[in-house]
Design a protein around this ligand. Structure first.
Ligand SMILES: Nc1nc2c(c(=O)[nH]1)N[C@H]1C(S)=C(S)[C@@H](COP(=O)(O)O)O[C@H]1N2
Ligand SMILES: [Mo]
Length: 553
């Protein structure tokens, strides 16, 4: 494309010094760029609202970015922002988009083609991300493309008042003029005062663009909310377990008497969440299918009712842990889960002995590779549909997720699971394996101090040191605490009811005024002592003792 219109004065004053009436055009052009991006995003959202959530370029691009960002960046994001990693990613992406749009606006002031080209590129990236997404189809290109068109139109309309021809240059492009110029002229053919900068018209157009962006964006979100499955989830009735969880003795939860100690069960709303989904996948329970394939004699497909209606439903207390959990970290939680025993279901379908890996697929395209052997042999491995007495929360995998006690979530706990393929490790690398995390990863024995908090100052006197420790499938045998270089002192433990459930520990201690280093270590019920050796979460989970400094005053 060729250069489009340029006001004569501006041509000789490339830095915007073309006289008072034109001063401040660049900031306005940047605003024009921003508003055009808003119109593009809003326009895309409202079209996506008609087609479906998978077609929203905003979401699709975010998901693609998550898939593409290198592991160290992802690890940094999870470490730094924790649960808010996705908010941070969306925020960061929006900042980038804003900078891109503002720069485009300024460039387009002089060369419309650059602006239009930049927006087209923006649209193509969005369309490509949506079409190639896990639930994407050709139709899903529409929102991004429509949004780009609207954004381009907005840009031309917004720039027109900034580059109205100077006095004595009646503007009438010939039929052969570049398309962008003719479009611009058509869109910007308002009152021409013969000055280079028509602020009034710019602000009117800006107001219209902002309104359009907000209305289409909000409307799109509203339309998309009809895909939410919260209502269907609330309407779901869970079956009673054929095999209930082991009963907990009264007073089992030490947090009832120790302030600051993690409760035995993590409320669903506080349960940590780690996944790569920008928007939480919405799976309609009526449409839900779990398809088994691969190395089975007679693989079946199950509806949710098939699973809910089985007569072997189990209820178990299991602590789930993320491989990204640092020593002393919070990426672990406990729930009472309800579901179908995984081993029984696999055997029902005639799982073949040659399979050593189950490739679990979720609606969002995630693949999680779990060891077939653990799925068959770990007691309490299950396909869960209930969590702490409720249907699985949507963000924790509604309607069905997998759980294999003793394995980190990334190699066992596939959320929104819709496919289980019996395969081999040789034949397939799952998502995290491709990113160099260990293909197999048992949860490491760990203990954590919850109270006092690190670096806390508190009045001298007697107070409890307390926390949690876990060694799923084996159970915790003992927890000991050391104050500075003193002896290891045994802590009191919450009752052992299920080896897959963490144990709380508490040790009251008399603190004289001073500064102390507190360290905790656990021993599993089968006699393994927690290692002092430090390991980072990558590639197979952190290790080392949790040690904190506190001050009694
Ligand atoms: N579909 C899907 N399932 C997933 C993940 C994911 O990104 N997508 N993350 C896994 C990881 S790394 C962990 S630690 C657990 C976390 O489960 P939670 O979010 O319910 O705590 O889910 C696992 N299942
Ligand atoms: Mo994880």
């Amino acid at each position: 494309m060729t250069t489009t219109e340029q006001a004569p004065a501006a041509a000789s004053a490339p830095d915007g010094q073309g006289g008072g009436r034109r001063r401040g055009r660049r900031p306005l052009a940047a605003v024009a760029g921003l508003l055009s991006a808003g119109v593009a995003l809003g326009g895309a959202e409202i079209v996506a609202g008609l087609i479906g959530p998978q077609s929203s370029p905003v979401v699709a691009v975010g998901d693609t970015v998550i898939t593409l960002v290198p592991e160290p960046v992802k690890a940094f994001a999870i470490e730094t922002f924790g649960e808010d990693d996705k908010t941070a990613l969306v925020g960061g992406t929006l900042v980038l988009v804003a900078v891109y749009a503002a720069v485009l606006g300024v460039l387009a002031l002089r060369r419309r083609a650059v602006g239009i080209g930049g927006i087209a590129l923006f649209g193509l990236v969005g369309a490509a991300a949506a079409v190639t997404g896990p639930a994407g189809g050709p139709l899903d290109a529409l929102p991004a493309l429509a949004g780009a068109l609207m954004g381009a139109a907005a840009l031309l309309a917004l720039l027109a008042p900034l580059t109205a021809p100077a006095t004595g240059s009646p503007h009438a492009p010939a039929d052969g003029a570049p398309l962008a110029e003719r479009l611009r002229t058509a869109l910007g053919s308002g009152d021409r005062k013969g000055v280079g900068l028509d602020r009034r018209r710019f602000f009117l157009t800006s107001g219209a663009a902002l309104g359009a962006a907000l209305v289409t964006g909000g409307g799109g979100r509203l339309l998309l909310s009809r895909f939410d499955v919260g209502g269907a989830r609330a309407a779901l009735t869970l079956p009673a377990p054929a095999s209930p969880a082991a009963p907990l003795p009264a007073g089992a939860d030490l947090a009832e008497r120790v302030e600051g100690l993690t409760p035995l069960f993590t409320p669903n709303r506080e349960f940590y969440r780690v996944d790569t989904a920008i928007t939480v996948p919405q799976v309609d329970p009526a449409e839900y299918r779990l398809t088994l394939r691969g190395m089975f004699d007679a693989p079946r497909t199950y509806t949710l009712d098939d699973l809910l209606g089985r007569d072997d439903v189990i209820e178990r207390d299991v602590t789930l842990t993320c491989v990204s959990n640092e020593v002393g970290g919070r990426l672990a939680g406990t729930a009472r889960w309800l579901g179908v025993p995984l081993g029984a279901l696999l055997r029902d379908n005639g799982i073949q002995p040659g399979s050593d890996q189950l490739v679990c697929r979720s609606v969002d395209g995630m693949t999680i590779g779990a060891p077939t052997r653990s799925a068959l042999e770990v007691e309490d491995a299950m396909l869960a549909f209930g969590m702490n007495g409720e249907p699985l929360p949507v963000e924790h995998g509604f309607p069905v997720r997998m759980l294999i006690p003793g394995l980190y979530g990334y190699v066992s706990a596939c959320k929104w699971v819709t496919g289980i393929e019996a395969a081999t490790y040789d034949a397939y690398d799952a998502y995290w394996t491709e990113r160099d995390w260990a293909a197999q990863a048992p949860i490491k024995l760990a203990s954590r101090i919850d109270t006092p908090a690190p670096l806390r100052r508190f009045p001298a006197g007697r107070r409890p040191i307390a926390g949690v420790a876990w060694a799923q499938t084996r159970g915790i045998g003992a927890v000991e605490v050391r104050v500075d270089d003193g002896p290891w002192l045994p802590a009191e433990l919450s009752p052992q009811v299920d080896a897959d459930l963490w144990r709380q520990w508490v040790l009251p201690h008399d603190f004289a005024p001073g500064s102390y280093q507190l360290t905790v270590r656990a021993t599993s019920a089968d006699g393994e002592a927690q290692t002092e050796e430090r390991a980072a979460p990558f590639p197979a989970g952190s290790s080392g003792l949790h040690s904190i400094r506190v001050t009694a005053t």
